[in-house]
Design a protein around this ligand. Structure first.
Ligand code: FPP
Length: 263
């Protein structure tokens, strides 16, 4: 049981425990997507090089993955490297790739122990061969896991993903009248996955930054001022509690708004 499993790892009497007790485990988001932002600012505020912010961000990745799996969230997607990030200085790009490689090697055991299935999404062909080997290895070794699906978005762009889906439809020779939303969604990198119910962004920016553009059509957005390296289980629990307080209407009129003239 997710509550018991989580209570076993949070300190008694902590904020985390109080938040956990407010969560309705029957209404968890099916998919949580996170824009990890603020590593550079975290490092700058400590007079450290940017790469130290990314290094510290790995601890937050570990915490988000383990807590989401323990909570029983079916799908977690982390935005680790965007198509735009290729424009950063070579030294920063190679440091990020080095950290990714290190993370994959070190965390594979933990993914296996926690029954987590791993998947990389994005224009992966732009990544170097050694990284692609590590990614394929992690995907293959976790393919039979039945717990949480952990997507890592790498060399990822929402518009690029939509273009790739359109190209795929054309390649398959699908007739124009057969192209509908489900045919399109089935060609996205996230085919067969539920759309994110909850989109989290750190470091206070109010942007979606080309992340899962198609899939976040109805996602609830939760933004925290915390910088990514400071993101911990408490923030994830706060986001879920807030998500569960909101009324989701998908553009429809509900009992609460009917008769008030709002849609
Ligand atoms: C945003 O901070 C963060 C990234 C571009 C990369 C996210 C990477 C990690 C958390 C570490 C690598 C770990 C894995 C598993 C790949 P920013 O650099 O945009 O920060 P800023 O907006 O403050 O400059």
């Amino acid at each position: 049981m997710a509550l018991a499993e989580m209570l076993a790892v949070v300190p008694a009497g902590s904020d985390e425990e109080a938040l956990l007790r407010r969560i309705d485990f029957a209404r968890l988001p099916r998919h949580v997507a996170i824009i990890m932002d603020g590593n550079g600012r975290w490092a700058a505020s400590r007079h450290l090089p940017r790469v130290e912010g990314h290094r510290a961000g790995i601890e937050a990745v570990r915490s988000a993955v383990e807590s989401s799996a323990r909570l029983g969230i079916p799908v977690l997607t982390l935005y680790a490297f965007s198509v735009e990030n290729w424009k950063r200085p070579d030294t920063e790009v190679s440091a990020l790739m080095g950290l990714l490689k290190h993370y994959l090697r070190l965390e594979l055991k933990s993914l296996l122990r926690n029954n987590i299935r791993f998947k990389a999404i994005g224009r992966l062909e732009r990544l170097s061969e050694d990284i692609r080997i590590e990614l394929r290895e992690a995907e293959a070794r976790t393919a039979a896991n039945t717990g949480m699906l952990f997507n890592i978005a790498l060399s990822y762009g929402g518009r690029a993903e939509i273009v790739d889906a359109a190209r795929q439809l054309i390649r398959e020779g699908i007739a124009a009248e057969d192209v509908d939303e489900s045919a399109f969604a089935a060609r996205l990198y996230t085919a067969d996955q539920p759309d994110p119910d909850l989109l989290i962004r750190t470091s206070g920016e109010l942007r979606v930054s080309n992340f899962l553009l198609w899939q976040i059509a109805y996602a609830e957005i939760w933004v925290t001022d915390a910088l990514w390296p400071d993101f911990r289980t408490r923030h994830l629990l706060e986001a879920i509690v807030d998500y569960q307080r909101r009324e989701r209407r998908y553009g429809a009129i509900t009992a609460a708004t009917a008769g008030v003239g709002k849609a």
